[in-house]
Design a protein around this ligand. Structure first.
Ligand code: SF4
Ligand code: SF4
Length: 165
């Protein structure tokens, strides 16, 4: 179990299986919705409908956003795929340079400003996870990890709802 936990725990302390982007049900549903809309030529319905309801003028924008949601899909965890977001992650880069398994091995953890870009989504939880891992290791980390997003109501909520067992 620890091997899986380590593979699924990113350098920053986030647990990839809880992510909305990692093999998530939400992305699967977005793909199904897009193909159903295309199959039924809903764009033509929207064009006719907009004469009676101007909100349907935004239908093309809705499709752009739906495609953007689908494009967020991540098929590998951060550790397996070399970064979650195809952007130059300063945390991942720093850990690889220092040859750390994760930030929990770093003495600068509590005052590191490289976590700032994660705060709108995750608050202080990545750093709290790292402190926990430093103190308690990976045993039962899946039961202790903090909520993935600041808006999650309870820890591990997405993990339990994920399509993965
Ligand atoms: S790419 Fe960076 S922010 Fe994203 S999960 Fe990996 S270490 Fe964390
Ligand atoms: S300085 Fe330490 S805590 Fe900050 S990103 Fe690098 S390894 Fe992680």
């Amino acid at each position: 179990m620890n091997k899986l936990l380590i593979e699924m725990t990113a350098y920053c302390g986030l647990f990839c299986r809880d992510c909305l982007r990692y093999e998530s049900e939400v992305i699967d549903k977005a793909k199904s919705l897009l193909s159903a809309l295309e199959e039924r030529k809903f764009d033509q319905y929207a064009e006719a409908k907009m004469q009676f309801d101007s909100s349907f003028e935004d239908y093309p924008l809705f499709i752009v956003l739906l495609k953007k949601i689908i494009a967020l899909e991540c098929k590998k965890s951060c550790r397996q795929g070399g970064g979650c977001s195809a952007f130059d992650c300063p945390i991942l880069k720093c850990c690889l340079e220092k040859q750390y398994e994760g930030c929990w091995q770093c003495e600068r953890l509590t005052d590191c400003d490289k976590f700032d870009f994660l705060k709108p989504f995750h608050g202080e939880n990545p750093q709290k996870n790292c402190i926990d891992l430093r103190n308690n290791g990976f045993d039962n980390f899946d039961l202790r990890k903090r909520a993935f997003y600041v808006w999650d109501e309870r820890p591990g909520m997405n993990y339990k709802n994920s399509k993965k067992p």
